[in-house]
Design a protein. Structure first.
Length: 386
């Protein structure tokens, strides 16, 4: 299957406020914590939707809501360059085909992703070739029931899958060249996992470990039966043949995305409370739409949990850490980029990337010089400067 390459019309230059280039608005950082006069907003709205502000600020926020790139710090300019542009690689289609995983495989210059099949209703694993934007079904993906997240490690694409009432969920590995698949984990002493969502590998020296989030989303979606285990972040070490939970539901109620830094010294986990997914706000659940960071000890066990950031709108889902330690997350406002200390540097605006407000961006890929955004019914590319 080939999806036509569609390049959108050039977006209009914004001629007011703090404008760096076409489609690019800079908002002074102090507005993140201090607004002049009165204002009103809700958790369902983004920062740029804040109302009842001064006319000058309202004009700036209105311009930002239409811009694909919103900066809160000068470092964001070093990421996107002086004249950032969007390129539409695929879509729009009438199904949410571009949803999760977003795994970049350098050897084939492709991104693996999961979503609803463009010609059907079931979830499948697909790849987009970044050379010619051809979309294909991933090799042996029929062996994967309800695929979700993924990561590349040592020549293989590791994919999580929910399973269904007959097939247990788990994590499997697919050889990126041959397509050969093997199950890595799908049980804890005979108990079914709830539904692994995201996965990442950490490696320091000769020691390596796989972390994955296991959460009861599949049961809540009626894809599987009732959960058998508490939600948790799990650690699998192949060398010692050990699978065990290392972050409990008491620490992170609904663990979702997971990532490590380049040095494998930090582990990041996003919390995605179901109350937020159902737009019921803070009072209906115990979790928060937050990003947490842990230190990884020499033995690759997480310790010293800290709150790293909180989503301004929606929930944090997919998460990646770039080569400079900056943390990228898919949230209600779009793709949010934070410094390694947690400061919000800028946002790739969901209002421009998505077709409508009922859609969300769950994940994205960072290649050598591009950001690939899975925008539900479309796939976007942004060339990066660093």
């Amino acid at each position: 299957m080939k999806v036509a390459n569609i390049v959108p019309p050039a977006l209009l230059s914004i001629q007011l406020g703090l404008v760096i280039a076409d489609n690019y608005v800079a908002i002074p950082a102090h507005y993140a914590y201090s607004f002049p006069g009165g204002y009103t907003s809700t958790l369902d709205d983004g920062f740029v939707d804040t109302e009842n502000v001064s006319s000058e600020l309202a004009s700036l926020l209105s311009s930002a809501s239409k811009a694909a790139f919103i900066a809160y710090d000068k470092e964001f300019a070093s990421i996107v360059g002086p004249n950032p542009t969007l390129s539409l690689l695929a879509g729009p289609l009438d199904r949410h085909f571009a949803n999760e995983a977003a795994v970049y495989v350098k050897t084939t210059n492709s991104v693996w992703f999961t979503g609803v099949a463009p010609d059907g209703h079931t979830r499948q694993v697909m790849t987009i070739n970044l050379t010619d934007n051809t979309i294909s079904r991933a090799p042996n993906d029929r062996n994967i029931v309800e695929p979700v997240g993924g990561r590349y490690h040592d020549g293989k694409v590791y994919l999580t899958y929910f399973g269904n009432r007959n097939v247990a969920g788990g994590v499997l590995a697919v050889d990126a060249v041959t397509g050969k698949t093997e199950t890595v984990v799908n049980s804890y002493f005979g108990l079914r996992l709830n539904g692994p969502d995201d996965v990442v590998w950490a490696q320091r020296g000769d020691r390596r470990a796989m972390f994955f989030t296991d959460v009861d989303f599949a049961s809540l979606l009626n894809v599987t039966g009732p959960p058998k285990l508490p939600n948790a972040v799990w650690r699998f070490e192949e060398q010692t043949q050990t699978l065990r939970p290392v972050i409990s539901q008491a620490d992170i109620p609904d663990p979702n995305g997971v990532a490590i830094n380049r040095e494998s010294t930090k582990l990041y986990v996003t919390d995605t409370p179901v109350s937020y997914l159902r737009s019921k706000g803070l009072s209906q659940g115990t979790g928060s739409p937050a990003i947490y960071v842990y230190d990884l000890k020499e033995d690759l066990v997480p310790v010293n949990k800290r709150l790293f950031g909180v989503a301004r709108a929606g929930v944090p889902d997919g998460i990646k850490v770039d080569m400079l330690g900056r943390v990228w997350t898919a949230e209600g406002e779009g793709i949010v980029v934070r410094s390694d200390t947690g400061k919000v540097l800028g946002v790739f605006n969901a209002k421009v990337l998505l077709e409508n407000e009922t859609q969300t961006i769950a994940n994205f890929a960072l290649t050598d010089n591009r950001l690939i955004i899975l925008a539900a019914t479309r796939i976007w590319s942004v060339k990066l400067a660093s």
